[in-house]
Design a protein around this ligand. Structure first.
Ligand code: PNS
Length: 229
């Protein structure tokens, strides 16, 4: 008897093994391109955030989102309560440069309620990144509040690459504010902007490093002989 194993989106193929007809398929035959033709490609999504500054984690998520959504709008919150390190114009400029290679990504600014902005740009989905369990509680609360405000808007969570799981704008700011290295945490253009903005801190940090290296090169301080009195 020929048994067929099939799942939605996957090609129907006879199962060659001697397995139970109701068990899950042992082999999955993916039709080329079938995943790319899925319904998500018709979705226009909004990726909202402060992006102060944009990090490699943000960029990673934007690139992942751009692959599965037909259109992805990165919405930068213009928040009058916070005093951001980078102005809205600077954040817009950085993100536009960083995403210039992604043709279905648009960078915009918004203020007020995120769900209202999403509606105004016809986004039916909100993209948010989850790095660690610690993000979950806040994101869960926010997603449910947004659902209460606008039930038709769905929130989709994606994980950035694990190498960025500890990277956040807040920590990047903290490191940069004392002139610390942010290489690998943020894209190069952001690193340059941070250095330019926080020049005194970086100058002081570099001078201190030089001084410490000089001291280390000199070796331990010699103890002088005690004079007999
Ligand atoms: O990058 P962030 O700071 O984590 O992003 C938070 C953001 C901008 C997504 C959130 O604060 C937001 O949506 N603010 C807009 C005001 C709003 O709609 N608040 C209700 C959210 S429950």
């Amino acid at each position: 008897m020929t048994r067929f194993r099939s799942v939605r989106n996957f090609e129907r193929k006879p199962c060659e093994g001697n397995c139970h007809p109701h068990s899950y398929p042992h082999r999955i035959f993916i039709q080329p391109g079938s995943l790319l033709r899925g319904p998500l490609t018709k979705v226009s999504a909004l990726y909202p955030g402060s992006f102060d500054p944009p990090t490699n984690g943000h960029l990673d998520l934007i690139e992942r989102g751009a692959k599965i959504f037909e259109e992805l709008v990165v919405g930068i919150l213009r928040n009058s309560e916070k005093s951001p390190m980078f102005s809205l114009a600077e954040r817009l400029d950085m993100l536009k440069t960083l995403t210039a290679h992604l043709k279905n990504v648009r960078i915009e600014a918004f203020h007020g309620l995120m769900v209202e902005y999403a509606k105004s740009i016809d986004a039916t989905c909100v993209l948010r990144g989850i790095r660690a369990v610690s993000d979950y509680e806040y994101e869960f609360q926010m997603a449910l509040m947004n659902r209460k405000l606008e039930p038709t808007l769905e929130t989709v969570f994606m994980m950035p690459a694990d190498k960025y799981s500890y990277v956040s704008s807040r920590l990047v700011r903290e490191v940069a504010q004392v002139g610390g290295p942010v290489k690998g945490l943020v894209p190069e253009v952001v690193e340059q902007r941070l250095r330019a903005k926080l020049e005194p801190a970086y100058k002081f940090h570099d001078e201190m490093q030089e001084e410490l290296q000089e001291v280390a090169a000199r070796g331990p301080a010699r103890k002088g002989r005690r004079r007999k009195s």
